[in-house]
Design a protein around this ligand. Structure first.
Ligand code: PLP
Length: 400
């Protein structure tokens, strides 16, 4: 009889993947669901990117590439990273994979031994703790509530570091809160890291282009280039270029770590799809106006979503500075009773109530390690957002 490996039994399936599956199931049953769970752009991949992929197929670029990708993709990534961080990395400092998700997984696989700790500020992207666990590490969850703007503070970081700390994860713009760090905040975190020279930092910058402020976001390595030899900068084309299905992500960082990751990749996948590599090269080097257009669309949707949710009595929500999520506090609904007489004990109950009574799908904050909240995605039409907010408002009003 099949017995799963302990690394399988110690992790959970991704909460966002499960939520998406549940919505698909309900839709298949004929229910009309207002879906605010989606973690990907609703735009189509830009045409020039598709054309580059078609051209690659026709030119016979359909074979294995180097583990570290085609020379064209490598140089496109290095240029892009230099524009974003101000640092020119070398070819020995780059790894590519089937999505940022795979890069993060292999980074942990390449570096964690049993007992090694990874500091994960909460609320966190659902996958981090399980990726750490799958690779024999111990996630150390540091709650970062609304009182600290959902951000890791230097004090909390210093308090969480132990001799076993291997990594700290920083994700900005954050999934699920949309929070970004200022240069001053990054410098303050860097000061703590300078006192702890054995701690590595994984900066997940997958949403870096989806930013509603002036200019561009500051990356930790940009603010503190002295940390460059222990920061792994993770990014990819999924979110900025609406390319989630192409599965292409990358990271730049210290050459010895990257060499270990690439050694593993040589045994795991040999290389990501050559066609996706051609598409990603076109995305990174081609016309960038698509990104700006998407950001403007997200901004309008964000403003509608946030204004609507703020107006709901009992809910509270900050305006996200990046990404396409809002993290909504539902403490005002907890403790209340539904029209059916059920008591709402936590955000999971509230989210189930919204799904059952209002046909609105959102994801409970408990999945992100900080309740009572729920996450909405506004990477969907204005119409869906308005219908969702209205239905949530009605459902909240029906509580006693
Ligand atoms: N990191 C964060 C914070 C994300 O939200 C996601 C996708 O949801 C990823 C990484 C993974 O992106 P990719 O499609 O490149 O694997």
């Amino acid at each position: 009889e099949y017995q799963p490996a302990s690394r399988v039994t110690r992790i959970r399936e991704s909460a966002s993947v499960l939520a998406a599956a549940r919505v698909r199931e309900l839709k298949a049953e004929g229910r009309s669901i207002i879906d605010l769970t989606v973690g990907e752009p609703d735009f189509d991949t830009p045409d020039h990117v598709k054309q580059a992929a078609i051209a690659a197929i026709e030119a016979g670029e359909t074979k294995y590439t180097a583990v570290t990708g085609t020379p064209q993709l490598r140089s496109a990534i290095l240029n892009h990273v230099e524009r974003r961080t101000g640092i020119l990395y070398s070819a020995a400092e780059i790894t590519i994979a089937g999505g940022a998700k795979q890069v993060i997984f292999t980074a942990f696989m390449a570096s964690l031994n049993e007992g090694d700790e990874v500091i994960v500020p909460a609320p966190y992207w659902v996958s981090y703790p399980d990726m750490v666990l799958a690779n024999d590490g111990t996630p150390v969850i540091v709650p970062c509530g609304d009182e600290v703007g959902f951000k890791l503070t230097p004090e909390a970081l210093a308090a969480a570091i132990t001799p076993a700390t291997k990594w700290v994860i920083l994700n900005a713009p954050s999934n699920p809160t949309g929070v970004v760090y200022t240069r001053a905040e990054l410098e303050a975190l860097a000061a703590v890291l300078e006192e702890n020279p054995d701690v590595y930092v994984l900066t997940d910058e997958i949403y870096d282009e989806i930013y509603y402020g002036e200019g561009q976001i500051t990356s930790l390595v940009g603010a503190a280039p002295q940390l460059r030899d222990r920061v792994l900068v993770v990014n990819g084309v999924s979110k900025a270029y609406a390319m989630t299905g192409w599965r292409l992500g990358y990271a730049v960082g210290p050459a010895p770590l990257v060499a270990s990751i690439n050694k593993l990749q040589s045994q795991i996948s040999s290389c990501p799809s050559s066609i996706s590599q051609a598409a990603a090269t076109a995305a990174l080097t081609g016309d960038q106006s698509f990104v700006a257009e998407c950001v403007e669309a997200y901004r309008e949707r964000r403003d509608v979503a946030v204004a609507g949710l703020k107006a709901v009595e009992g809910l509270a929500c900050e305006t996200p500075q990046g990404a396409f999520y809002a993290y909504v506090k539902c403490a005002g609904a907890v403790g209340k009773t539904t029209p059916d007489g059920a008591r709402i004990e936590n955000d999971q109950d509230f989210v189930l109530y919204l799904l059952d009574s209002a046909s609105v799908a959102v994801i409970p904050g408990s999945s992100y390690g900080l309740g009572p909240y729920f996450r909405i995605s506004f990477a969907t039409s204005l119409e869906t957002i308005k219908a969702g907010v209205e239905a949530i408002d009605k459902a909240v009003r029906a509580l006693n």
